[in-house]
Design a binder for this molecule. Structure first.
Ligand SMILES: Cc1cc2nc3c(=O)[nH]c(=O)nc-3n(C[C@H](O)[C@H](O)[C@H](O)COP(=O)(O)O)c2cc1C
Length: 166
């Protein structure tokens, strides 16, 4: 709960590699997400090669922080694993959010970079990373040891809550 309330988007990083154990924790969190009919349609591409991170920073119009990040995880949905059509987006979004929360919990900073449904980002990233046609990249998560800190956001709004009817 603390990690959920503390989490912010972190776009500056220290020049320090993220340890394998921590990467595994992020992936474990991603795969612990709920999914429609437990379809678990996700795949995760772990990107650590500097050249690839730099290229992705160029492909993604708001992904400049990847030039500083030591790690990115691309969360993808496999349409051939879907039991209930169209639900892969929600499944993979839940996995992405779990990764962000785990990052916060283990002292890392991360930011969600939207890919799907922007077709140019989907196409360019899929082609660059040789992703098969039935697999769609949903979100690129930029990760590293935080280079800055942010205060928790207070977004609780009474007026967005409706009791028993609108
Ligand atoms: C679907 C989605 C797409 C996003 N895409 C980007 C992005 O392309 N670049 C970026 O810097 N942040 C991106 N963000 C992060 C948001 O800007 C950020 O979550 C929002 O401003 C709230 O700030 P916080 O995460 O610090 O609480 C994205 C977040 C979501 C959920």
């Amino acid at each position: 709960m603390e990690a959920i309330l503390r989490r912010r988007s972190i776009r500056r990083y220290q020049q320090k590699k993220v340890e394998k154990e921590k990467i595994n924790k992020l992936l474990q969190a991603g795969m612990a997400a709920p999914s429609a009919g437990n379809e678990q349609p996700w795949h995760f591409i772990v990107i650590e090669k500097r050249e690839k991170l730099n290229k992705l920073a160029k492909i993604h119009p708001y992904g400049h922080m990847l030039e500083e990040a030591p790690l990115a995880i691309l969360v993808c949905g496999d349409l051939s694993q879907e039991k209930y059509e169209g639900f892969w987006v929600q499944d993979c979004s839940a996995a992405t959010q779990n990764i962000l929360i785990m990052a916060e919990d283990i002292g890392l900073g991360a930011v969600w970079l939207g890919v799907y449904p922007e077709q140019s980002r989907v196409k360019e990233i899929s082609s660059y990373l040789e992703i098969p046609e039935n697999v769609i990249p949903l979100a690129l998560v930029s990760v590293g040891y935080p280079g800055n800190s942010k205060a928790p956001a207070e977004r609780f709004l009474e007026k967005r809550i409706h009791q028993d009817q609108w």
